[in-house]
Design a protein around this ligand. Structure first.
Ligand code: OGA
Ligand code: NI
Length: 331
């Protein structure tokens, strides 16, 4: 199937944004600006344990979002990961197309551009590359970018490091919920817990105030750990307003996703977020989605249920959750 890539379209140097990208008035960044002067929580992993648990708890409860510093992932590795992603998107268009995915056929991995299902839905100003990173049994190295040659080694190293940080975060979030520290990881499949890489590429956009990179959504994951390049654009929703998550070098941008919302029975909410695009600069981000395997049953943790906190979410497999979310069916 022919898919129009945003990067190829942007290369024409258009003056006006094609109609399929023009968001309805109320969605446009110009009509829904972020609150100024408020910053999202920034949490150092190197502080005393009890303070750390409290900060994580408050950020999950109040924002569903926070930045993490002092996480131990070497800045050089983040730099190499970003360079490898940039190199891939610099390939000639026909080279990239060899990796094209096909979501309607169930092939989600590879190079993609989201297409809409309904005629009146607007298209997002973003191309991406998506693939599994963990566990090794789910990884298909043959569909990872072959270029640059360093892609595989750098991404495998980043996977190892991200997994370590994920395990620490899941322990801290478990403790913040008053649970034993191993509970969340165990609920997400233990060693079968999945890490998926999505590299987002947002080319320069002729009229950024009318467009969105990704539209408001919550992630289906348990948590998402994202590193952006230095072009700002990510915004999170809190108490009826958008807040910009400004760039902080080498910080990890951590999102609470739908599965933590369900497991915590709504104590922590999956954060609604969106990304804006830029007139002159290419924005990129590297999102790692941490998710249970498809067959895992996810529902509110029994430890968190009592007379004051009755069950708010139904228990179902992650596969069923995904099916309902993709098809916009009630959960
Ligand atoms: C996503 C996402 C935001 C960003 O890929 O799910 O929300 O900053 N990306 O690129
Ligand atoms: Ni997202």
């Amino acid at each position: 199937m022919e898919v129009e890539r945003i990067q190829a379209l942007a290369a024409f140097g258009l003056d006006t944004l094609p109609a399929q990208f023009v968001r309805p008035s109320h969605e446009r960044p110009e009509n829904s600006p972020a609150v100024e002067g408020v910053t999202v929580p920034v949490i150092s992993l190197s502080q005393p344990h009890h303070a750390l648990i409290r900060e994580i708890h408050e950020a999950c409860r109040d924002w569903g979002f926070f930045l993490v510093t002092d996480h131990g992932i070497p800045p050089e590795l983040i730099g190499q990961l970003q360079e490898a992603g940039r190199e891939f998107f610099r390939l000639p268009q026909e080279e990239k197309e060899k990796y094209a995915n096909d979501p309607p056929k169930g092939n989600f991995e590879g190079y993609g551009t989201k297409m809409t299902k309904n005629h009146d839905e607007k298209v997002e100003w973003v191309d991406y590359f998506f693939h599994f990173m963990h566990p090794s049994g789910k990884v298909r190295h043959e569909i990872w970018p072959q270029h640059p040659p360093s892609y595989r080694e750098v991404t495998e190293e980043y996977n190892k490091e991200t997994l370590k940080v994920t395990e620490v975060l899941l322990e801290l979030i478990s403790e913040g919920l008053g649970l034993e520290k191993n509970v969340l990881k165990a609920s997400l499949g233990g060693d079968q817990m999945e890490l998926e890489m999505k590299i987002n590429l947002y080319p320069p956009c002729p009229q950024p105030q009318l467009a969105l990179g990704v539209e408001p959504h919550t992630d289906m994951s348990a948590v998402t750990i994202l590193v952006p390049n230095d072009v700002p654009g990510l915004q999170v929703w809190k108490d009826g307003n958008w807040f910009a998550a400004d760039y902080l070098p080498n910080a990890l941008f951590c999102h609470v996703g739908d599965q933590i919302e369900v497991l915590s029975n709504g104590k922590y909410k999956s954060v609604l977020h969106r990304s804006l695009v830029n007139k002159e600069k290419t924005r990129m981000s590297w999102a790692v989605f941490v998710a249970p395997p498809h067959e895992a049953l996810i529902g509110p943790l029994p430890e968190l249920i009592n007379d004051q906190n009755p069950v708010k979410y139904s228990t179902k497999t992650f596969a069923e959750f995904r099916h309902r979310k993709f098809n916009k069916l009630p959960q």
